[in-house]
Ligand binder design. Structure first.
Ligand code: PGA
Length: 257
């Protein structure tokens, strides 16, 4: 349940949408018209890098906070195709998704994700770290997978650093399906399980206070249940976040919680 002093973190993951700056501007202009109660909602939009210029110039000062979808492992400039944390700051990008399943699928390991988290924190970029099992089996193997992923991904961090991270629990089987979100009961149980692992790794206070959000086929139909019954601090939304009318409905529902 939302703690009285805590806002729901609503993160949009635009992925590679849209393909042109003109369309991105159109989406932003529609989003800007939506009434967002910032006492209750903390909106972050993670666009592809090619829109950083638009975001930092045209939408500076709007209610939206901006994030990237990836970050370099360190600040070495010999990294073809990567974007340095230093460059993100130039564009007022203060957040970055790290270890999204679509990047893990093309080879990003827990070790790489861990390095990226350290680099982000060093450069005062808030990491939005994705974790989640590929599939759920009835024997509970997925719990062991999650435990290992959490332990390796958050290795060598201090309790203070963990408190600065947004952990996005995104079961891979629920991502991008448009209909197959996790049940609020299973979500609730899994969040508790992740917190238990963090309690073991760090300490009771840190583990229980971890900032955990959910991602995977969130839309205007399931948002309230995910946030209230699922007992998470927010959501990471893909597909529904680039559709301004669906996004507006989601925001309206969160405003009403
Ligand atoms: P989805 O994507 O909402 O389209 O399932 C979530 C994500 O990939 O972060």
């Amino acid at each position: 349940m939302q703690k009285s002093n805590q806002k729901f973190i609503i993160i949009s993951n635009w992925k590679a949408n849209p393909s042109r700056p003109k369309e991105a501007t159109k989406i932003f202009d529609s989003l800007k018209k939506i009434k967002i109660n910032t006492k209750k909602i903390f909106p972050i939009i993670c666009t592809s890098n090619i829109f950083f210029e638009i975001v930092s110039k045209k939408y500076k000062g709007s209610v939206f906070n901006f994030g990237a979808q990836n970050i370099s492992i360190d600040e070495n400039t010999e990294q073809t195709g990567e974007v340095l944390a230093e460059s993100l700051k130039e564009y007022n990008i203060k957040y970055s998704i790290i270890g999204h399943s679509e990047r893990r699928a093309i080879g990003e390991t827990n070790e790489i994700v861990s390095k990226k988290i350290h680099n982000a924190l060093k450069n005062k970029i808030t990491p939005i770290v994705c974790i989640g099992e590929n599939e759920r089996d009835t024997h509970g193997e997925f719990l062991l997978f999650l435990e290992r992923q959490v332990k390796e991904t958050f290795a060598n961090l201090t309790a203070h650093e963990i408190s600065k991270i947004i952990i996005a629990y995104e079961p891979v089987w629920a991502v991008g399906t448009g209909s197959n979100a996790i049940s609020s009961h299973d979500l609730n149980q899994t969040v508790l399980y992740i917190k238990k692992i963090l309690v073991e790794m760090f300490d009771r206070k840190t583990g229980l206070a971890a900032n955990i959000i959910y991602g995977g086929s969130v839309d205007d139909e399931n948002i309230s249940e995910v946030l209230v019954q699922g007992d998470v601090n927010g959501v990471l939304i893909g597909r529904a976040s680039v559709n301004p009318s669906v996004y507006a409905k989601i925001i309206k529902k969160v405003n009403e919680i």
